[in-house]
Ligand binder design. Structure first.
Ligand SMILES: NC(=O)c1ccc[n+]([C@@H]2O[C@H](COP(=O)([O-])OP(=O)(O)OC[C@H]3O[C@@H](n4cnc5c(N)ncnc54)[C@H](OP(=O)(O)O)[C@@H]3O)[C@@H](O)[C@H]2O)c1
Length: 288
């Protein structure tokens, strides 16, 4: 019989991921701060729970997909958090992009209580969450991983395993370092092109035929040119991730000067109230 899954955090990513698990035949127990976002799952048989603790109490495996490290800490180890009711030997997999130091702390707290914590951040956005083609970086205990492997394979097309949770957390930040660099390069180039009378669509076409191409340049380039900033990945989350990578790099003694420049742009965009737009809206502070 398939294990019952508790899913906490039904936002932009959590909802399509949980829907995919439900469609694959897993029974779900769900909690989200904003209850209405669980409605489509509840309509198809998921059980609403009043707190993360209740989710943990009546699920075999708990998954969370949350905004920040602070929120994850509260959901995991707060007074009505997962750890307070998770059964002995059971697993909580968090899939959010959060601080490596925090996943390390949670791993220790769960282990000393005889429970398991895995960190499995994801690369990919709404389309990949919907069709199960996320890339997953899973850090933590092997016994726990084996309990969750079948579930993770419904969500992702490939899994990379890491011995420690913080290695998985760092890997996600390293991938997002590329995103931060690429989006700021793309946004600058498109503004520069327009201001010099070069058609930005022709520029994208040339890049598309070259070794410089990336699917990300094509999709975000087209939406920037069209002025479409419907969020797939909130600008406020990109700024959060830039701050996380700068903190982690400082800790490790790795210089990230270009990311410091990107931080300045994203901070300005956030101050302009663009946090709930797609992260490509950073172009609006370049295109003054
Ligand atoms: N979107 C992407 O393309 C993408 C891709 C890879 C990774 N990620 C990462 O995945 C995570 C989730 O991203 P998302 O795009 O799904 O973001 P989101 O839509 O903002 O979802 C955040 C979730 O956290 C919950 N939350 C926020 N503050 C809370 C609080 N104080 N207490 C309890 N719950 C709280 C939200 O609840 P409410 O519904 O009540 O607000 C929501 O369920 C983030 O760490 C993000 O960086 C996102």
């Amino acid at each position: 019989m398939k294990p019952t899954i508790g899913f906490i955090g039904l936002g932009v990513m959590g909802l399509p991921m949980a829907t995919r698990l439900q469609n694959a035949g897993y029974a779900l127990r769900v909690y989200n701060r904003t209850k209405e976002k669980t409605q489509s799952l509840v309509n198809k048989g998921a059980e609403w729970c009043e707190s993360p603790a209740v989710v943990a109490e009546i699920s075999d495996i708990v998954i969370s997909m949350l905004s920040t490290s602070e929120v994850l800490k509260e959901i995991a180890t707060g007074p009505s958090g997962v750890l307070s009711k998770l059964g002995k030997g059971k697993v909580h997999i968090d899939m959010s992009t959060v601080a490596p130091a925090v996943t390390g702390e949670l791993d220790k707290a769960y282990a000393s209580a005889g429970r398991y914590f895995l960190h499995s951040p994801v690369l990919g956005s709404i389309p990949q969450a919907t069709d199960g083609s996320l890339l997953l970086f899973v850090g933590g205990n092997d016994t726990a991983y084996k309990q969750t492997e079948d579930i993770l394979k419904v969500l992702g097309k490939q899994v990379w395993r890491f011995e420690r949770v913080d290695q998985a957390s760092h890997t996600k930040l390293l991938c997002n370092l590329f995103i931060a660099g690429m989006i700021t390069t793309l946004a600058q180039a498109l503004v520069f092109a327009r201001k010099t009378g070069v058609n930005p669509r022709i520029l994208l076409e040339i890049i598309g035929q070259s070794a410089l191409n990336s699917p990300m340049y094509q999709s975000k380039g087209a939406s920037i040119i069209d002025g479409n900033f419907t969020p797939r990945f909130f600008l406020e989350h990109m700024l959060k991730d830039i701050n996380l990578m700068l903190d982690a790099a400082r800790e490790a003694g790795a210089p990230l000067p270009a990311i410091e420049a990107a931080q300045e742009l994203f901070a300005q965009a956030s101050q302009k109230g663009l946090g709930k737009e797609d992260y490509s809206a950073v172009v609006k502070v370049i295109d003054r």
